[in-house]
Ligand binder design. Structure first.
Ligand SMILES: *Cc1c(COP(=O)(O)O)cnc(C)c1O
Length: 400
């Protein structure tokens, strides 16, 4: 018999979302009359808009022609890599620094293979689960010690520090996961804050994996949409991003990572060269149909559709935040991100989750599921049909 990978055994039992789904099922079974609305998951709900959808359709059609046919392209279509560099980074990166992927989460999982089991990890707390769980899978996290993993440094983001962590806690030579606009808190780091993060990373010999999956939700023009707006970031930061949330590609699957050539390992070797190798070794590239859709999403009409779709979800976020604040609940987020982080001081997140489910028949996400500092918070997601969000807001009117 073959033994189980110990790293999988080290994953803390019950990934957050299956646990929520289980509680929802149990509630639904006990209350078959309840019309449950979910503001719980970060999954998109609205159709792909027509111009971008046409890009997907045309991409599929091309594959049926001799002239339009294409096969493997491990690192992605050159045209799309170039377009991403020009639309998001003012052309600052050459196409061999932009890698097309099947999504940001998948890239985050694969990126861990570059650094391996001996790497020290630092994460914002609370955080998107794959930063921690991916680290566990490559053996970099160590064992579970009751409140967290031994090999991971948790950087608490709380009301006290305005949801930006104390950078003095970051260990030397560590891999730092950083997400802004943040999932789950909805907080967006300012330019000065990101400048201090880059400075700390350079001083401590760290590499940042910057997750910008919600950058297209930023409306305040003074907030940075990419880490590369900060001087020095191209020496120490890898950025991952995705078409999932802004274009509704959660099911289509398309993302990208930027791995600047200036980033080096301690021995001077190139991180970029290894990443190109990973693309050909365990990936083989994103769907070329999805990439055709991505190209359509980044032309003028596509960018207008991205704006329209993100505006729609931000409209939901505004309604949810207003409904909660009317109940006297303190919230952050929802203005430049699709998540609202609601504070229930002194209470257990899972207990508040149950109260909202039982009283309002609304599914949310308990903050404690994103890390120890998420305790006493609830994440509300703005991904939903407008009528459902409006109904959920009415019901939240009798929460407290
Ligand atoms: C949704 C999300 C992603 C996107 O993942 P894909 O694999 O591209 O769908 C990445 N990071 C965060 C923080 C997310 O919430």
């Amino acid at each position: 018999m073959i033994t189980r990978n110990q790293n999988i055994a080290n994953l803390k039992a019950g990934y957050l979302f299956p646990e929520i789904a289980k509680r929802r099922r149990e509630f639904a079974a006990a209350h078959p009359e309840a019309k449950i609305i979910s503001l719980g998951v970060g999954n998109t709900t609205e159709p792909i808009l027509p111009h971008i959808n046409k890009g997907l359709v045309e991409g599929a059609k091309k594959l049926g022609t001799v002239k339009g046919y294409s096969g493997y392209q491990d690192e992605g279509m050159a045209q799309l890599r170039e377009k991403i560099s020009s639309v998001f980074y003012k052309g600052k990166f050459s196409i061999d620094e932009v890698f097309i992927s099947d999504g940001a989460k998948c890239d985050i999982g694969r990126l861990q293979t570059l650094f391996g089991a001996g790497t020290k990890i630092a994460v914002q707390d609370p955080s998107y689960p794959v930063y921690v769980d991916g680290s566990v899978l490559v053996g970099a996290a160590g064992g579970w010690e009751g409140a967290g993993y031994a090999g991971i440094t948790y950087l608490p983001c709380t009301t006290e520090n305005n949801f930006f962590p104390n950078l003095d806690l970051i260990p030397q030579n560590s891999l730092i996961y950083f997400c802004s606009p943040n999932n789950p808190t909805g907080a967006v780091s300012t330019r000065d804050q990101l400048a201090s993060l880059v400075k700390a990373a350079v001083e401590k010999g760290c590499i940042i994996i910057f997750d910008a999956a919600y950058s297209e939700f930023i409306r305040n023009p003074s907030l940075p949409k990419t880490i590369y707006e900060i001087d020095g970031a191209a020496q120490c930061a890898i950025e991952v991003n995705s078409f999932s949330k802004p274009a509704g590609f959660t099911g289509v699957r398309l993302g990208w990572s930027v791995v600047p050539k200036a980033i080096k390992y301690s021995n001077g070797e190139s991180v970029n060269a290894d990443w190109a190798r990973i693309a050909g070794t365990i990936f083989n590239g994103a769907s070329n149909i999805a990439q055709a859709g991505g190209l359509a999403a980044l032309d003028d009409n596509g960018l207008k559709e991205i704006r329209k779709l993100t505006d729609f979800y931000l409209g939901n976020a505004k309604l949810i935040r207003a409904a909660l604040e009317k109940q006297g609940i303190n919230c952050i987020g929802g203005d430049n991100s699709p998540y609202i982080w609601a504070h229930f001081p002194g209470r257990d997140s899972w207990e508040v989750f149950s109260q909202i489910l039982e009283k309002c028949h609304v599914v949310t996400t308990p903050g404690a599921g994103f890390g120890p500092a998420g305790q006493s918070f609830i994440r509300f997601s703005a991904f939903g049909h407008r009528a459902d969000v409006e109904e959920a807001c009415r019901r939240l009117g009798s929460l407290m």
